[in-house]
Design a protein around this ligand. Structure first.
Ligand code: NAP
Ligand code: G4F
Length: 345
């Protein structure tokens, strides 16, 4: 029989791609779903029949104990989180409870009920904050948000359970990764969906915050492969996964419109800056202070040479392929209207 995996956060973006990867590898895949979420399994529809889902919550030790005890997993992937950095400024205590204390709860459940299980923690490049790029495993942490502070607690807990309790527990320090399954509130998906809606005549403008932030955007399908590799090593260790390519939010906007056959030019500065379609001067991008964060992480570019050398992992999907994949996934909704716009342009 194949190995047994338990995934928290299975209803999210990475949960889908990881569950698919593990099912393809012959794993029995179990997932945790929150009791209060509604419509949480729509991403999972193509896989749903092959998965076993359990009610549980990262804020509830009893449910995690019960799930770990009954599933007896070989591998636990802790992907569950309040994963929006901007939102974490509004709900800092909740974010710490889910992302920080929740990780400790799950590690305790493992230690008590399945101590031989291997543990993957969904760590983040946000830990590096404004430490100079490129960032790697040696770069000092500099958390800028409640989200990053909570993930730092989780990171340190994983190191302690590894060194003090002898548990095979690892931190993946993953840079931004996106896909058609990305939540609508993250900037890449917001840009893709808005560009399509604007060009289809269904939305007035795309309203953004800081256009100058730089991120290292890869495709989630590559990153879940790296998660799996981290749990197959002889010795547990922490790894950065990244593409090594920087791109600003501004450039991402330009690349999405270019992929749709349109060119953007920029006018004005700060909150008054606008993005305009070159062909007809239509104002399609505006800035609003609401989308700025109290503290920004300016530039994240990952150096994943350690993962290349020890895991034989590298990000194989280019940003252009990622953008095309995200656009293609929307074609059922916007396809016909977009073609009309192209002819008019
Ligand atoms: P996501 O799409 O936001 O998924 C988050 C998952 O966590 C969802 O399944 C959500 O359930 C679940 N969850 C939230 N609160 C929970 C709670 N209290 N109890 C149980 N489950 C809960 O995030 P993602 O992009 O897949 O990211 C996966 C993990 O990697 C997260 O921990 C994130 O912080 C981390 N990470 C992501 C990136 C990235 O670029 N994507 C980079 C570095 C690290 P519902 O569906 O019910 O809301
Ligand atoms: O898409 P974002 O919200 O992602 P962010 O903050 O980088 O966090 C994501 O990646 C982390 C890894 O580095 C994960 F740990 C985390 O869970 C999440 O998956 O924002 C990207 C950038 C930021 O600089 C933000 O200020 O885009 C900027 N931005 C500008 N306008 C915007 C907007 N972000 C959002 N969400 N919405 C805007 O309108």
């Amino acid at each position: 029989m194949g190995k047994i995996a338990l995934i928290t956060g299975i209803t999210g973006q990475d949960g889908y791609y990881l569950a698919k990867l593990l099912l393809d590898k012959g794993y029995q895949v179990h997932g945790v779903r929150q009791p209060l979420a509604h419509d949480d399994t729509h991403h999972l529809t193509p896989l749903r029949h092959a998965l076993t889902l359990h009610w549980g919550d990262m804020t509830d030790q009893t449910s995690l104990n019960h799930i770990v005890q009954s599933v007896q997993p070989d591998e636990i992937y802790n992907l569950a989180a309040q994963s929006h950095v901007g939102v974490s400024f509004a709900v800092p205590e909740y974010t710490m409870n889910v992302n920080g204390h929740g990780t400790i709860r799950l590690l305790e459940a493992l230690r008590l009920y399945a101590p031989e299980a291997r543990f993957y923690q969904a760590g983040t490049s946000e830990l590096f904050g404004n430490s100079p790029a490129p960032q790697n495993e040696q770069t000092p942490f500099d958390p800028q948000s409640p989200y990053a502070a909570a993930k730092l607690l989780a990171h340190q807990a994983v190191v302690k359970y590894r060194t003090q309790h002898g548990i095979y527990a690892v931190n993946g320090l993953l840079f931004n990764h996106e896909s058609p399954k990305r939540g609508d509130d993250f900037v890449t998906q917001k840009i893709v969906k808005a560009a399509l809606a604007i060009l289809a005549g269904q939305q007035d403008a795309l309203v953004l915050g800081n256009l100058d932030a730089e991120r290292d955007w890869g495709h989630a399908v590559d990153y879940v492969e790296g998660m799996w590799h981290m749990l197959q090593q002889d010795v547990p260790d922490d790894f950065v996964l990244a593409t090594g390519q920087a791109c600003s939010v501004r450039q991402f906007v330009e690349e999405v419109f270019t992929a749709l056959g349109h060119q953007i030019k920029w006018q004005g500065q700060g909150l008054d800056e606008v993005g305009i379609l070159v062909e007809n001067n239509q104002e399609v991008v505006r800035i609003a202070a609401d989308y700025y964060r109290p503290a920004e992480v300016h530039c994240l570019i990952g150096d994943s040479r350690k993962a290349q050398q020890k895991l034989n992992w590298s990000a194989s999907t280019t940003r252009q392929q990622l953008i095309q994949d995200m656009i293609d996934a929307q074609q059922d909704i916007y396809g016909a209207d977009i073609q009309t716009q192209r002819i008019r342009a």
